[in-house]
Design a protein around this ligand. Structure first.
Ligand SMILES: [Zn+2]
Length: 318
């Protein structure tokens, strides 16, 4: 049975009043519509499980004090999903094994992004601590691929299917609350921006497979980690459009590579972010990381080749 109860709660803070309930599954909207550096959180009432504590500090503080939280789960290791994890330092943390290492150490975290130059690393080291309250954590338990967990909610237990969905990160997990027809897709967020797959451990092809795996669950309610975060029975076109962003990026890289181009040239096209954004070094990194994935794919498929000559490496369409 699917309960669709959008009733706001009588709690006092506006953040808590904005939460949306689907049976015992609550969506806690993030600041600024859950746009980066914020995300939407999910809470399982009764089981007192909090997923991705990156939404809103006052709402999460109130949740902790009024409802109680017994454990925290993360869909994956990215910073916008653990911003307020420091409020729950004393509680067990669960995350998939492939995503645990970046949380254990700042340097491992920076390496997982492969930030490259020292200035950018230092910028991120500061942001990570001051904005995202990074503190090294070790998981109490790791998710082990697709598995089923039964949570002690009332009046009946709640079954959670952990859905292994690599691509965005190697250990990304989605959570399907079957009895309630609610799927939390994490960072496969169905936004017009499209998927992120720019980390060394990310994969375009795994991203495609994971999105289709989530779509195949045919969940009546999809909750996502960013923006409005609620899709009722999302139509096939919504899933298709999300993946078509990958194809559109690929088309634009290919079109631009009609002449030999350096990485600086390619980054300057702002194919991912559409225009230069601040802090520039941070967004240039994102452009470069994504371009590298597409160039690798295009080179592997024989559509693009390295152009000989010149001091800097260049790429050109075959
Ligand atoms: Zn992410």
């Amino acid at each position: 049975m699917v309960r669709r109860d959008f009733t706001a709660t009588p709690e006092t803070t506006p953040e808590m009043a904005a939460l949306k309930r689907f049976g015992p599954i609550w969506l806690i909207p993030g600041d600024n519509r859950g746009k980066y550096p914020f995300c939407n959180s999910v809470y399982v009432e009764g089981a007192r499980v909090l997923i991705d504590p990156g939404s809103d500090r006052s709402a999460l503080t109130q949740l902790r004090d009024d409802q109680g939280v017994d454990q925290v789960w993360l869909t994956h290791w990215h910073e916008d999903h653990f911003t307020h994890l420091d409020l729950f330092d004393d509680l067990p943390l669960w995350i998939a094994k492939p995503d645990a290492a970046p949380l254990a150490d700042v340097e491992a975290f920076l390496d997982a992004y492969d930030l490259g130059d020292d200035a950018l690393k230092q910028l991120f080291r500061v942001i990570l601590t001051e904005t995202f309250h990074f503190r090294p954590r070790q998981p109490a338990r790791t998710f082990d691929g697709d598995e089923t967990i039964v949570l002690p909610t009332k009046p009946a237990t709640t079954t959670v299917r952990v859905i292994e969905t690599p691509g965005h990160t190697p250990g990304h997990c989605a959570f399907f609350f079957e009895e309630h027809g609610v799927l939390f897709t994490g960072d496969y967020d169905l936004t017009p921006f499209g998927p992120w797959y720019g980390d060394p451990g990310s994969s375009i092809e795994q991203t495609r497979r994971s999105v289709r795996k989530l779509q195949a669950l045919d969940a009546p309610i999809c909750l996502t980690a960013h923006e409005d975060g609620v899709f009722e029975q999302p139509a096939a076109e919504i899933w298709d459009r999300y993946l078509q962003v990958i194809d559109e990026r690929q088309r634009r890289y290919l079109a631009y590579l009609s002449e030999p181009r350096t990485m600086a040239d390619i980054v300057g096209q702002w194919i991912v972010y559409r225009k230069a954004r601040e802090p520039l070094a941070f967004f240039e990194f994102g452009e470069r990381a994504t371009a590298q994935k597409h160039l690798a794919a295009l080179t592997a498929s024989g559509q693009v080749q390295h152009h000989p000559g010149g001091e800097e490496p260049r790429w050109v369409r075959c």
